[in-house]
Design a protein around this ligand. Structure first.
Ligand code: WT7
Length: 651
């Protein structure tokens, strides 16, 4: 390795080439890489013209005259709701857009025609309240079809939406609404989560005491628990649309007009309003959705089991699938309600063929045990996807064997809220996969790993992940803060986009994402990725999940502390503690052997399922934890802190 990079410790040798059958029918072929490497702008132009219906075709491609404020297809005109709805209706209005499953067990089937009617009526309703092109609209809802309706209606009239995840607090609504100066707030009375009602409207009421920019709040009735409605300000969704026509002229949007703002939930700093525009975004959403998931609109039942409140849901539940005329499953609740086989029972019932979920969910399934998927018929599945965090090789293998019956390609897709669409991923039918590797940059995307000085790292080394060329779905800026956009993403390595992730490259040119660089530890001068130590731990049969942090150590600078959750059937003991530490030493080397291991029934996670290593660092260093109410499982923290305290006393 280079002196200024990150150690490359974990070796993974298993290879999974695509089957001939899959390759023969795949949407993607190897020629895409050649085409894109010859002229990446021409490649994206072809995607834009072939996949998108333009009111006015663009004559411009990439405009890099004011980098890093890039533009794509700037003189093109289109409307995204038209691309997701209208153009499918003549031949395919009766086709199902969403099979929706409510957490209590209620079900709805929404066809393209019905979705279009609802979007048009709601868009007319928005216009009747004075919402115009360019006005920002905040949306705070659970996973109901009306959330997609609200987004598409905003897109139809050119009002940028800002979706706020339904698990966030009133304060998060205030921060986001104030930053965007949103004019309107769309919510529901409540949302179902594990059998109880999340009182969405109540949080909005609290927030609206501090959001003078909001004129109206539209409330969709879902849970019927009774909410207070402020006269003149609050309007029921059903009243708003009651007399509206199912025809609403779509606004003609410029390719670079703002489609949405989505705030990245930083754990410390002020959230960044990531801005996505119209033409480039929908081009890449449609293109990557088709190529990475190999979606066949005529036969697939596709399920992205994320929440629409995250970018994954924006691009791969709403915009990409609808642009591609796909039939999707949408589920309101959690995977363990009423039982831990909920996902598998839905797959069995609807014959789901493509499943896209997150490593944190996969590790939870591992912890619960294979008996749950074994109860159900999952034979309809033909492709599996992963996103959100590095997937440890053992979790990858578990997913492959227990969910995919060892015959579904897995696409491990690396991307970010900022990138808008998938950037690094295998192409199913083309790429030979390796468990734990997101493999290679997509056609039209150029990724490079560099050391601290910005020099390219050679195969076998680790460093910092950068993107060297602009891409159509890239963020355009941070809302209201161009300077922060430049300094956060474009200043570490001039001319390159810095993703904030560490990564390594192997001798075959495969990329292995090592997680956020803030999570890299420094042990006796060796820069070690927390992810590699975690993967080594998870490769032990007793371990379901692990989080590793570097805690300040007088001897080694930082010492490795590992928090470990055991699989069902295993008990914690001093013997196992020793065994796990040795296991890491054997798997990746004595330098990475944890100084201590703390067993815990769960790990602290953000609402999107990312492990909060910063918090674990604070615990290990006995620091004040500050506000932890944004965690998905705040109650676990006290438990971990007391165990950690006990260990310190022992030592
Ligand atoms: C960060 C972005 C993009 C949708 C969901 C997350 C991590 C994402 C992978 C992957 C390793 C991954 C990165 C990235 N990440 N996908 N396949 N392998 N790490 O969006 O909340 O903006 O988070 O998630 O650290 O920077 P996000």
């Amino acid at each position: 390795m280079t002196d200024t990079g990150i150690e490359n410790l974990l070796q993974e040798e298993r290879l999974f080439p695509p089957s001939d059958e899959f390759a023969a029918q795949a949407n993607a072929g190897p020629e895409l890489y050649t085409e894109a490497s010859e002229d990446f702008v021409a490649y994206w132009r072809r995607q834009a013209l072939e996949r998108i219906t333009w009111f006015k075709e663009p004559t411009e491609d990439l405009d890099d005259s004011n980098a890093p404020f890039f533009k794509w297809f700037a003189d093109g005109e289109l409307n995204i709701s038209y691309n997701c709805l209208d153009r499918h209706l003549d031949a395919g209005g009766g086709k199902v857009a969403y099979h929706w499953i409510g957490e209590p067990g209620d079900r709805r089937t929404v066809t393209y025609q019905q979705l279009s009617d609802e979007v048009n009526r709601f868009a007319n309703g928005l216009r009747s309240l004075g919402v115009e092109k360019g006005d920002r609209v905040a949306i705070y809802m659970g996973m109901v079809p009306e959330l997609a309706v609200a987004m598409l209606a905003c897109a139809r009239i050119g009002a940028p939406h800002s979706v706020i995840f339904g698990g966030f607090s009133a304060q998060s609504i205030i921060d986001r609404v104030q930053d965007a100066e949103a004019k309107l707030l769309i919510t529901a009375d409540g949302a179902w989560r594990r059998g109880t009602v999340v009182p969405l409207k109540e949080s909005c009421d609290e927030a609206m005491l501090s959001t003078p920019s909001i004129d109206h709040c539209i409330v969709y009735e879902r849970t019927k628990q009774g909410v207070s409605m402020t006269q003149g300000r609050d309007i029921w969704w059903h009243d708003l649309v009651a007399d509206q026509s199912t025809e609403c002229e779509p606004e003609v949007m410029g390719a670079e007009d703002l489609l949405y703002i989505l705030y990245t939930s930083g754990t410390t700093a002020k959230p960044k309003g990531i801005m996505h525009t119209t033409g480039g975004y929908i081009t890449s959403a449609a293109s990557t959705h088709s190529l990475v998931f190999d979606v066949k609109p005529e036969s697939d039942v596709y399920w992205c089991a994320a929440d629409i409140g995250w970018v994954t849901g924006h691009t791969y539940i709403v915009y990409g699938p609808l642009a591609n005329h796909t039939t999707s499953v949408m589920y309101e609740g959690t995977p363990d309600y009423p039982e831990k086989d909920r996902l598998w029972s839905i797959i069995e019932e609807y014959g789901v063929t493509i499943l896209y979920t997150a490593p944190t969910a996969i590790r939870a399934f591992m912890k619960w045990g294979a008996e749950y998927p074994e109860r159900r018929d999952l034979s309809s599945l033909r492709l599996l996807g992963s996103v959100g965090e590095p997937i440890n090789p053992e979790a990858w293998m578990w997913y492959h064997e227990n969910i995919g019956s060892s015959n579904c390609p897995i696409v491990d897709t690396w991307w970010q809220t900022e990138t808008g669409s998938i950037m690094i991923s295998p192409l199913p039918g083309v790429t030979t996969t390796k468990p734990g590797s997101a493999t290679k940059a997509m056609p039209g995307v150029s990724a490079e790993i560099v050391d601290q000085e910005g020099n390219r790292v050679s195969p076998g080394g680790g460093g910092f992940l950068t993107i060297t060329k602009p891409w159509p779905a890239m963020l355009r800026s941070i809302y209201g803060d161009d300077e922060r956009y430049v300094s956060t993403y474009w200043s570490q390595y001039p001319g390159r986009y810095f993703a904030g992730d560490g990564a390594k490259i192997d001798d075959d040119g495969y990329l292995w994402i090592l997680g956020r660089v803030d999570d890299v530890m420094n042990v006796s001068g060796h820069r070690i990725s927390t992810m590699e130590v975690e993967s080594a731990l998870v490769s032990h049969p007793a371990v379901a999940e692990s989080a590793v942090v570097g805690a300040t150590d007088s001897l080694t600078g930082q010492a490795i502390v590992a928090f470990v959750t055991l699989r069902g059937g295993f008990e914690e003991s001093d013997g196992l503690n020793d065994e796990l530490r040795k296991h890491v030493a054997v798997q990746i080397g004595p330098i990475a052997k944890p100084k201590s291991i703390i067993f815990t029934p769960d790990l602290p996670k953000t609402r999107s399922g990312k492990i909060m290593r910063r918090l674990l660092r604070d615990i290990s260093e006995n620091r004040d934890l500050g506000d932890i109410t944004t965690l998905a499982n705040a109650d676990i923290v006290a438990n971990i802190a007391s165990q950690s305290e006990a260990q310190r006393k022992d030592a």
